[in-house]
Each structure stands twice: as C-alpha cells, then as structure tokens.
Design a protein around this ligand. Sequence first.
Ligand SMILES: NC(=O)c1ccc[n+]([C@@H]2O[C@H](COP(=O)([O-])OP(=O)(O)OC[C@H]3O[C@@H](n4cnc5c(N)ncnc54)[C@H](OP(=O)(O)O)[C@@H]3O)[C@@H](O)[C@H]2O)c1
Length: 271
Amino acid sequence: MVTNIEEGIAGEPYHDYTWPDVQMNTGYKMPPVALGTFRLREKTYETIKLALKLGYKLFDTAESYSGETRLMDFEISVLVLVLVLVHAFIPEEHCGPYDKTCKSSPWICWRALEELQLKGLIRSIGVSNIDSDTLKFLVGHFSKSSVSVVQNWFDPFHQDRAVRETCQEKNIIYMGYSTLGTLWMEIEGGYDVNPVLERKDVVESAMYSLLPTTSAVLRWAISRNVVVIPSTTTEDHLQKNLETRKQNADSYSSQLIDSLDGLLGDPEKED
Ligand SMILES: NC(=O)c1ccc[n+]([C@@H]2O[C@H](COP(=O)([O-])OP(=O)(O)OC[C@H]3O[C@@H](n4cnc5c(N)ncnc54)[C@H](OP(=O)(O)O)[C@@H]3O)[C@@H](O)[C@H]2O)c1
C-alpha cells in the first residue's frame, strides 16, 4: 500500500490509497475534497443533493452564493456550525484592528466569531482572502482563539506560498479556492482561455499521470496539504473530483506543477 507521495509511481495514477481527513487545531476533522457552491446558481439544490448521494460531506457556502440557504432545504437541523470563515479578511487602511470608531471590519467580525465559538455555537473559525503579514498579526497578537482554517486563491500558477508557510508553522489548515484556474479568466484583463487547463506544462503533467488535467491538478493540490473545493454542476465532474481523494500523487508530476508558480505573474501584487 502506498503511504506517501514519494512512493507514488509516475504514470500509475490509481493506488490503494485514500488521502485521510485533515484535523483542525480544534480537534475536528474534515475531508480533503469538498464541493464549492459558487457558480451552481439555479442548479444549487440538485447539485448538492447529488453530491450528498455521491459521498460529499463538506460544502463551501457563502450568503452571496445562495448555497447557504439551499443547504437548509435539506432539513439539516443546524444546532452547531462546523466551520465559519470571515469571507474577506482585507483590512481597510483606515480601519485598524483596535479602531473603535469603525462600524464594520474583519477584526470586528473576528471578535464576533470568537464570541459565538465561546458560546458553543461554532466549532472552528477561520479567515479567507488574507495575506501572510495580516495572518501573522491575527494569530500572534490579535486573536484570542485558534485560527483553524485559511481559505485563499490557490492554483498551479498562484501557489500562495507565504500564506501556506505561515499556515504550516501555526498549525492552520489551508483550503484553496479556484484551484482549477477559473479566476485567471475573471481578473481584470484576464485570459480568454483557462491557463490551468490549457497550458502545455499542466496538460503534460496530466498526461504523464494518465489523469484528466482537472484530476491531476486537484490531486497535486491535496498532496501539498491543500483542502480543495472545486465547484461543478455535472455528475461526471462531481464524481471525478471526489475520486481525486483516492489518487496518490507521483513526485514527477507534482514537481512539474510546483515549478509553475508565479509564471503568469501575481495579479494581487500588481497595481
Ligand atoms: N473565499 C472566496 O473569496 C472564494 C472565491 C472564489 C471561490 N470560492 C469558493 O471556491 C469554490 C471553487 O472555486 P471556483 O468556482 O472559482 O473555481 P474552480 O472550482 O476552480 O472551477 C470551477 C469550474 O471548473 C469546472 N470543473 C469543475 N470540475 C471539473 C472537472 N472535473 N472537469 C472539467 N471541468 C470541471 C466547472 O464547470 P462544470 O460545472 O462544467 O463542471 C466550473 O466552471 C467556489 O465554488 C466557492 O465555493 C471562494
């Protein structure tokens, strides 16, 4: 039985291996593959229903995606929320962590989540869209609770290494969004075709591992300790994405994708 990525054999994608659940610093666990619900729109209810049938156990929702309310349609009696994130931890310049004149800021949101966690209404709390300096400050100086999860943009060309290193140091689970590259077509002046799925190097890695490109990318991400949350509305894609949990990564393909980081520049650092 293959037990770690170094033991994966290049060109042989299927092994008797299942990436285990990851454990948060609160002790609770989550699977390494979840369903993102952004983009599901009018298909949200049917897709979540199908995903539950296929074995998905974790769903990424936000008030603005409508998935949150549609999840309630399953009559899940929500007594305790498993994980809640501050969606955009992008501090405004005029609104510092201790600024009492501010009516709303990620810092205020964080304190509110801490209170709900103390009351036992939320198990784990985390943040999204955060940079590494802000994360270090939050963890080292501001937060009274554990930051359990960071959810940021992560794909082969945008590997967010500084934040991931901080997460590793501080025992925080890193969750990647838009891992299949969709964001490159949506940023200002973005690409006409999705570079993650079309670039020769990614495709080559996928061919080498005999997997569809999407599976090769997701499997690579999981092997790099990233929880993935791809969104899709089709049964075939739901199934394929979930199966990546059972695909060990070989070091050749993984290193090939590792080497793509930054090749398209960093839109978050450009004016
Ligand atoms: N925190 C944040 O600010 C933030 C921002 C963006 C996203 N997110 C979360 O992250 C999730 C994922 O990000 P995303 O939706 O931007 O992008 P993504 O998951 O990288 O890409 C989604 C696209 O990939 C296609 N796809 C999925 N699986 C596929 C497969 N096996 N084969 C071929 N195509 C496939 C889907 O089309 P089909 O439907 O045709 O399969 C969809 O168009 C979102 O749903 C959301 O929950 C969070």
